[in-house]
Design a protein around this ligand. Structure first.
Ligand code: FE2
Length: 423
């Protein structure tokens, strides 16, 4: 039996001995020690950790790499970012959006991110970015799964024609219904937007992923409405609340009622530590709030929590290279999640938990799954989180789509050069 690819000497999180992974026709067909079979291609993982690919559960591909266009975000707030994006929109071109998205995707694949859920602004009457990202999704489908969320950036009710434009984007083939209730004109309008958008998703049989309560206002409680509508419409497990930063500042008693309701509705939560550590707390003097949802408490409650990069070099965030381990590393600090089990949970939050939120089929390292995986220059999840190491090989459907040479410094302490890789 000829294999397409044999990945040898893999450290897997749930095995004590080195394993080989046999791939054929884009699928994993066997995982065992010392597989003896001919293969068209062989990769030696050399004892390094092999994991399923990284998943970015929350991104903005239409805005990425636009930093400085037309000006920089000087005060660093979310609202200033939204203003700058509004100024940029009339000058956007399809060619520019596509070129930036393709450049970003080359970074994503190099970093082993093979699934990305990206929001796309649907409040531009031309829906140009929607058309461009639908084209990018199709062109890149053999390399990376791109899931598009119809995101009414200016508010589906606040924007004239917001509901019609959202439907038009969904008609074109956008995958998921988005929203931004905290940006509507009033709390009531925010609640109303959640109801309308969840009904749209239920009618169309789609998932929901809303920017929800991305605010330091403890009374921003649209997650309560989102949870309620999920329950009412039977959308259990198909709804995600992104950001949820107001939860950081909410009253503890209120949160003790909220979290069990979220668990019951099987809400998926998407935390964005890099960007919200940057955007939140900007109206505070001292102490400055962290402004991240209560991830350890949500996880303890059995809620599926995953992480997103959110932005890279755009009006909201001036940094990043699409490294999901950098996102998890920031999470470990900002969320006080440095315990061994907690670090492993954060690794899962940028891999399997994200796959669950996106509803990815065939994800994972097991026979029958897609032959998608990453060989990291590390031996464990914890070491990977600490070092954010090189992605030695990134494999998609049994094909190597990116490779990075091992990173090692040569240090001479007086006795000759010594290789150092921090392990
Ligand atoms: Fe976002």
């Amino acid at each position: 039996m000829m294999l397409d690819l044999l990945v040898k000497n893999c450290t897997l999180h749930d095995h004590d001995t080195l394993m080989d992974i046999a791939c054929r026709d884009g699928k994993i067909i066997e995982i065992s020690p010392c597989i003896q079979a001919e293969a068209a291609h062989t990769v030696d993982a050399a004892g390094n950790l092999v994991t399923p690919p990284f998943v970015d559960s929350h991104f903005h591909m239409d805005a990425t790499l636009s930093m400085g266009m037309p000006r920089l975000n000087q005060d660093g707030t979310l609202l200033e970012g939204i203003r700058i994006w509004g100024e940029l929109k009339p000058d956007l071109t399809a060619e520019g959006i596509k070129a930036r998205a393709m450049k970003l995707l080359s970074w994503s694949v190099a970093r082993g991110n093979l699934a990305i859920r990206t929001h796309v602004d649907t409040t531009d009457p031309s829906l140009m970015a929607v058309d461009v990202l639908l084209e990018v999704r199709e062109e890149m489908k053999d390399v990376v799964d791109i899931q598009l969320v119809a995101f009414p950036q200016d508010g589906v009710l606040r924007c004239p024609d917001g509901v019609r434009l959202l439907h038009a984007a969904l008609d074109k083939g956008v995958d998921v219904v988005g929203g931004i209730p905290h940006f509507e004109r009033t709390m009531d309008q925010g609640r109303e937007s959640v109801r309308i958008l969840c009904e749209v998703a239920a009618e169309r049989g789609l998932m929901v992923d809303m920017h929800c309560d991305e605010s330091d206002d403890p009374l921003s409680r649209h997650i309560e409405s989102l949870t309620y509508e999920t329950q009412r419409l039977g959308l259990h497990g198909r709804v995600a609340g992104s950001h949820l930063t107001s939860m950081h500042s909410m009253d503890n008693y209120y949160v003790s009622k909220l979290l069990p309701l979220m668990a019951e509705a099987r809400i998926n939560c998407v935390c964005n530590p890099l960007v919200n550590m940057n955007l939140q707390g900007r109206h505070d003097t001292y102490p400055k709030r962290r402004g991240l949802m209560r991830v350890p408490e949500l996880m303890d409650m059995g809620v599926n929590v995953c992480l997103g990069h959110d932005d890279i070099m755009d009006p909201w965030y001036p940094m990043g290279s699409h490294d999901m381990l950098e996102v998890a590393h920031m999470g470990a600090h900002a969320l006080h999640m440095t315990g061994v089990g907690q670090q492993e949970s954060l690794f899962d939050a940028v891999t399997v938990n994200g796959a669950r939120t996106l509803g990815l089929e065939g994800y994972g390292l097991a026979p029958g799954c897609n032959a998608d995986m990453v060989v990291l220059q590390a031996s464990s999840k914890m070491e990977a989180l600490r070092l954010r190491p090189a992605r030695l090989f990134v494999i998609r459907r049994g094909r190597v789509v990116a490779a990075t040479p091992e990173v090692s410094a040569l240090v001479d302490l007086g006795g000759g050069p010594l290789p150092v890789d921090f392990r």
